[in-house]
Design a protein around this ligand. Sequence first.
Ligand SMILES: Cc1cc2nc3c(=O)[nH]c(=O)nc-3n(C[C@H](O)[C@H](O)[C@H](O)COP(=O)(O)O)c2cc1C
Length: 193
Amino acid sequence: MQASMYDTLEEVRTDIAARLTEAARDRRVPMHTPVVVTADADARVMVLRDFDPARWTLRFHTDARAPKVAAIGADARLTVVAYDQPGKVQLRLHGSGRIEREGAAVDAAWAASTNFARRCYLGEAPGASADQPISGLPEHLEGVEPDDEQIRRARENFAILLVEVEEIDWFSLAHTGHRRALLTPIGGEWIAP
Ligand SMILES: Cc1cc2nc3c(=O)[nH]c(=O)nc-3n(C[C@H](O)[C@H](O)[C@H](O)COP(=O)(O)O)c2cc1C
């Protein structure tokens, strides 16, 4: 019998950390854009910006005025779902979310962004209604990278979402037999796929 790639829970833990670390760094991998599910049963694609394997914490960026921010304020429970199609691994991360608008982590994330990326936070609030198709951006900034003076106002709308992961449901698809494990920061168990 051929040995599976995943024979121990430690291998699963290492696999999860490797996938999420790569996903935060490489925009070409599918796990770069997981689905973030809030407790109000809404869900949306977000860009994974960072994974801290020591703290099991994910970082996302968002507009502080977005509806998801209020949803997280009302109920912090979050699920993040990511599927690596070539690797045939699904991750379902369960935890709680925290929005930060001030502080060292927010300042660092803002400092690391380009003015093109920051431009997203300069326009109309996400979800604001419009009588025609709109980008929400001021017309003079469509397709243009704002300068430092023009971007200053955007900072107050910028927030980070930190997800403290409490449990990960790891699922590996294989025609020789799927594998599935539930991991917590300190333990874990195999379960039936
Ligand atoms: C590929 C892709 C990446 C996205 N990345 C983000 C992101 O990093 N942060 C974000 O707030 N919205 C992102 N969005 C937009 C969200 O999916 C969503 O439409 C928007 O944030 C409003 O969500 P809400 O109404 O739940 O707050 C992205 C959308 C796509 C298609």
